[in-house]
Design a protein around this ligand. Structure first.
Ligand code: FES
Length: 209
């Protein structure tokens, strides 16, 4: 079933079941993402893909990666409100992804585009920078696409992190499908990425775990 909606003033045709993000991208309209991957179920945790949707005169902010298209929906992917949301999200995740006062990967790219001050919340950041924003792309890709379940979340709260499971190390030696997904560039460039205390990705890839 074909649905007609409006995105940034442009009439867009979409298929029922598509998300706003998918239909925007199909129409050549870019929306930034951090936790989204086209092969994975929407996760909806980073909110960088937030857009304004308007229906029957009511406007609200939704995560476009999980919001389904609707007939007659009016979508704005850029507005002062949306730009501010994206700017603040980058400012909030920047301290954990910073190395030597710089951020990398998608964080840097989006931060530059939205004029984020990456040092804004640095003094209030209490946890050890892990360079991981817990977007879960690596974990979910391994589960949903590769089917190995070789990497997962461990811990809670500020101690929550991603860990490789040693008993699956052999599968990762030949796979490494998650290596190019990381929006902060943590995997695999950071060699002290903790598998379990005292072990690193290098140990892991050398098959020593
Ligand atoms: S990309 Fe939509 S919430 Fe992360």
């Amino acid at each position: 079933m074909t649905i007609t909606l409006q995105i940034d003033g442009k009439e867009v045709k979409a298929t029922k079941g598509m998300t706003v993000l998918e239909s925007a991208r199909e129409a050549g309209i870019e929306i930034p993402t951090l936790c989204y991957h086209e092969k994975l179920e929407p996760y909806g945790v980073c909110r960088i893909c937030s857009v304004e949707v308007e229906k029957k005169g009511k406007t609200r902010i939704v995560a476009s990666c999980g919001f389904p298209v609707e007939q007659g929906l009016v979508v704005r992917t850029r507005s002062p409100r949306i730009d501010k949301i994206r700017k603040v999200i980058i400012e909030l995740v920047a301290p954990t992804t910073m190395i030597d006062g710089e951020v990398a990967g998608e964080i840097k790219k989006i931060g530059n585009e939205y004029g984020a001050d990456i040092h804004r919340f640095e003094s209030r950041f209490r946890a050890k920078p892990t360079r991981c924003i817990l977007c879960g792309q690596c974990v979910r890709y391994c589960d949903e696409v590769v089917g190995e379940h070789a990497i997962g979340f461990m811990g809670r709260g500020i101690d929550r992190r991603v860990a490789f499971f040693p008993e699956k190390a052999r599968a990762c030696l030949t796979c490494q499908a998650c290596f190019n997904l990381c929006p902060t560039g943590k995997i695999p460039s950071e060699t002290d990425f903790v598998v379990f205390d005292g072990f690193s990705v290098d140990d892991y890839l050398a098959g020593e775990l």
